[in-house]
Design a protein around this ligand. Structure first.
Ligand code: GDP
Ligand code: GDP
Length: 467
């Protein structure tokens, strides 16, 4: 018998990434209390010679029925109560947010042993965030990069003495909840997401410049899958789509309809009917899709054509996943990834926070990650934020940073609601919407993204006049 470690923190800081690292391929879905299964993941973890149980507060992204803050608090409290030790994770790149402070408060009150980790700390961009973390009053943060396997030695060093303590008093404890199962023989890096029940296939378009590897990728997805039901006629004569059950890292088969733009081009050649399809094929696929995978060639990423199609996908309001292909050829992967992230932020600011995953269509590496990213992007795209939570949030935002007062008359924002999903669209009733500066709308959109965890999806904000 050993101890239980809960990984807590706001969504997207990297908790699942660490969970998967600690659990390895023995991915477990354990807690069978009704209503709990979706929210808490539990697994048998291993770190050096330490063996323990780890709990991950996943599933927060699915907040639809309740305020995110409230759910986050309850879920965290439950995880904290179940655990002997809490690992509180923040995102060192973002720095400490008000939500992080709320977490710190819960933990200070509720948990006997807190370990603080500032994640995503690879590279110097995270230095400021790591320093900020000291201000949480939870001791020295571990500088961590769950994704790059950094900081786990420090975690081990902090866990060791506590592990001894729990080992001493564990003799009489209840038996270990060791019910994990081996789902997969694969060496896959897992990125588990709750799979929503759906009756329609998820519509995915794979777009990108010629030779990016679209056909190879699609063949790879289909090839790995025994349940191929296509090819079938697409929505229009000239679009080819394939419906397949793409089995994710957690073993769940997700029906997806994949639009094959490369195939559309080939077909055009054969039929010699459709002209200039190379430009319009991507465009058409984007219109049909829910999630657009922009496939880049690692050797020549972010070319004009890539940028144009990514921007189009954003303007059309699609969920976007950027996948960098031919990763097998890259030598200095770490440096390359840094470059890619930097270019992404600089060249596609409108897609802020959209997932960037590296894949090799040729070897199949990274496909699980791509699967996870598609599922997650789709979930965010469908997210609905309850009105009460939105308005509580709005008043906080107004207080923190009041709207401007052109010609001495302050613009009043009265009320807001989410008018649509896919992608999320919000309506704010306000006085003088025409006078509202774009910077204030951006402040609200960025706030929505951050506080309700909607990375990478286009967010629409409409101002409506109401005096
Ligand atoms: P969770 O919501 O807290 O479980 O976060 P995830 O584990 O799902 O991670 C959110 C995002 O952060 C994913 O895109 C990860 O790939 C990324 N991520 C996780 N750890 C690191 C890290 O150490 N460095 C960087 N740069 N990204 C990371
Ligand atoms: P498309 O025009 O986007 O459909 O690209 P293809 O799938 O036809 O691929 C173009 C070329 O890139 C082919 O020679 C593929 O073998 C190669 N290719 C595709 N994916 C990968 C990959 O992951 N790694 C490497 N090394 N080559 C790849």
């Amino acid at each position: 018998m050993s101890f239980t470690l809960a990984i807590v923190g706001r969504p997207n800081v990297g908790k699942s990434t660490l969970f998967n690292r600690l659990v390895g391929k023995r991915l477990a879905l354990v807690d069978d209390t009704p209503g709990v299964t979706r929210d808490l993941r539990e697994g048998a973890a291993r770190l050096g010679d330490l063996r323990f149980t780890v709990i991950d507060t996943a599933g927060l992204e699915e907040a639809t029925d309740d305020s995110l803050q409230g759910r986050m608090r309850r879920l965290t409290e439950r995880a904290v109560d179940m655990a002997d030790i809490c690992l509180f994770m923040i995102d060192a790149r973002t720095g400490v947010t008000p939500t992080d402070q709320t977490f710190a408060e819960i933990l200070r009150k509720r948990s006997a042993h807190v370990i603080l980790a500032a994640n995503k700390a690879e590279g110097s961009a995270a230095d400021a965030g790591v320093i900020e973390a000291y201000a949480l009053g939870l001791g020295e943060p571990i500088r961590m990069s769950a994704e790059h396997n950094e900081g786990l030695n420090d975690l081990y060093t902090q866990l060791m003495p506590l592990a001894d303590e729990f080992a001493d008093r564990a003799e009489s404890d209840a038996p270990e909840t060791d019910v994990d199962v081996d789902l997969d023989e694969d060496e896959a890096e897992t990125d588990a997401v709750p799979v929503p029940t759906r009756d329609k296939p998820l519509q995915v378009a794979v777009v990108g410049r010629p030779n990016a590897g679209k056909s190879t990728l699609i063949n790879r997805i289909l090839g790995e899958d025994r349940l191929l039901t296509g090819p079938e006629a697409g929505i229009t004569r000239d679009a080819i789509s394939l419906t397949t059950d793409w089995v994710g890292p957690d073993g769940d088969a997700v029906p997806m309809r994949i639009f094959d733009t490369a195939g559309m081009r080939r077909k055009a050649k054969v039929q010699e009917k459709l002209e200039k399809l190379s430009v319009s094929d991507g465009l058409r696929a984007v219109k049909f899709a829910e999630v657009v995978v922009v496939l880049l060639d690692a050797a020549i990423p972010f070319e004009q054509q890539d940028l144009r199609i990514a921007d189009l996908a954003e303007r059309e309001g699609r969920a976007v996943v950027v996948a960098v292909n031919k990763w097998d050829i890259e030598e200095d992967k770490q440096a390359k990834l840094r470059d890619l992230r930097e270019s992404f932020e600089r060249l596609l600011p409108q897609l802020r926070g959209a997932p960037l995953v590296t894949v090799s269509a040729k070897t199949g590496r990274g496909l699980d990650r791509l699967h996870g990213a598609i599922m997650r992007a789709h979930a965010v795209w469908n997210r609905r934020v309850p009105t009460a939570a939105l308005n509580r949030w709005l008043s906080g935002m107004l207080e923190q940073h009041p709207p401007p007062a052109p010609q001495g008359k302050r613009i009043k924002l009265r009320y807001m609601t989410q008018a649509k999903t896919r992608p999320p669209g919000f309506v704010v009733m306000c006085s003088h919407p025409d006078k509202m500066p774009a910077s204030y709308s951006r402040y609200l959109v960025n706030g929505l993204r951050e506080d309700f965890d909607m990375p990478g999806t286009p967010i629409r904000l409409h101002l409506r006049s109401q005096n």
